[in-house]
Design a protein around this ligand. Sequence first.
Ligand SMILES: *Cc1c(COP(=O)(O)O)cnc(C)c1O
Length: 465
Amino acid sequence: MNSKLLNGNIWDTDPELFDIIKKEKARQASGLEMIASENFTSIPVLQCLSSCLHNKYSEGMPNQRYYGGNEFIDEIEIMAQKRSLEAYRLKEDEWGVNVQPYSGSPANFAVYTGVVEPHGRIMGLDLPDGGHLTHGFFTATKKISATSIFFESMPYKVDPKTGLIDYDKLAETARLFKPKLIIAGISCYSRCLDYKRFREIANENGAILMGDMAHISGLVAAGVIPSPFEYCDIVTTTTHKTLRGPRAGIIFFRKGLKTVNAKGEKIMYDFENKINQSVFPGLQGGPHNHAIAAIATAMKQATLPEFVEYQKQVIKNAQRLCEGLKSFGYDIATGGTDVHIVLVDMRNAGLSGARAERILELCSIACNKNTVPGDKSALNPSGIRLGTPALTTRGLKETDIDNVVKYIDRALKLAQEITKISGPKLADFNKIIETDDAIQKKINALKDEIENFSRTFPLPGYDNY
Ligand SMILES: *Cc1c(COP(=O)(O)O)cnc(C)c1O
């Protein structure tokens, strides 16, 4: 098994695959990454992910494993738990944490499986309004998310005029629907959530309040936006978005004394066993120990002053991006942002989300098309979602964002120019892009300029892979 072919460096053993990895690295270095859920993780996180920890099976919880040889794995998982609590300033007797979920979606499903009975009722922000698939998305003809297949999900929505969550309507629907669990969490919403109001609505209906801070967990750790922990019973998160850790998920749950009832009896929280058993053996097998170690080191980073500065800069950059785009006449949903997300409404610019996304991609700016408040169809979204975490990791500051705004505007003006020739059909728009020499020249010139700009900012991680 020690033959050079089986155990040499990947550049020697599998150059065909390694070449593709290098191309991806070059793509990451030359583009402007503005997908709001993405980030560039650090070398220590990458080193954990490719370490020997990957080899070990450790089903069960620390000190209660189904396999031997786990003394160091136990140490690491306990360290990851402890640091996760510390990063969010939580007390060990009030909060427990499970760091084993493979990612954010399995973490959410583990919570529902553990604390909501089959076909129990769940409310989450609707997907077209900025919620996540796992919050229960379904359409008129199809249950899309497993959350809507195995549970009864009811969406709440944003006000189509203001773009803000309609808490009054949520309260009204919750009174009728009587959910067992309400989710306060977003994938595309640029304002801070009113966790206090969520708590009141949950209390009125005897519901569990779950915060899903997948997008904002870095901002919360840095203390630069309100924390879901003050009001929620359970908090889930991914660790690879603003938090800048490994691709993984975590569940925090309250434990200890919940309340004292009228008879003077102590009522305790009962989430711990339900959630831990739901993760394993309910839904998962062996924990990904390499990812758990990477969580531990990411959580250590999250307590550093540099990390707080980074998160502040993420928000400053997002706000600068908003102001810049507005100065060029673009509409921003809700008028601005409190976080790392900017939702641009393309309707007044005469473009669809798909056209905007396509032209930006051709110019090496990555983002995604997204529904905006008031959109009639989720299939043809009118906006794009932009985010600043990845660019900020590369060191861009406000004045650099001003340049990014100019690039975005020039790309979108190109899309308007193409639309003038192509007319309303997306297929015709794409055809012009593929066949019109003059248009292609303009796109490529802008792309070259953007790539040269992008390459001046360093990318964390290994040098060339
Ligand atoms: C990204 C996200 C998830 C899912 O995370 P994955 O790691 O992609 O499974 C869950 N909830 C919210 C709010 C998210 O934004």
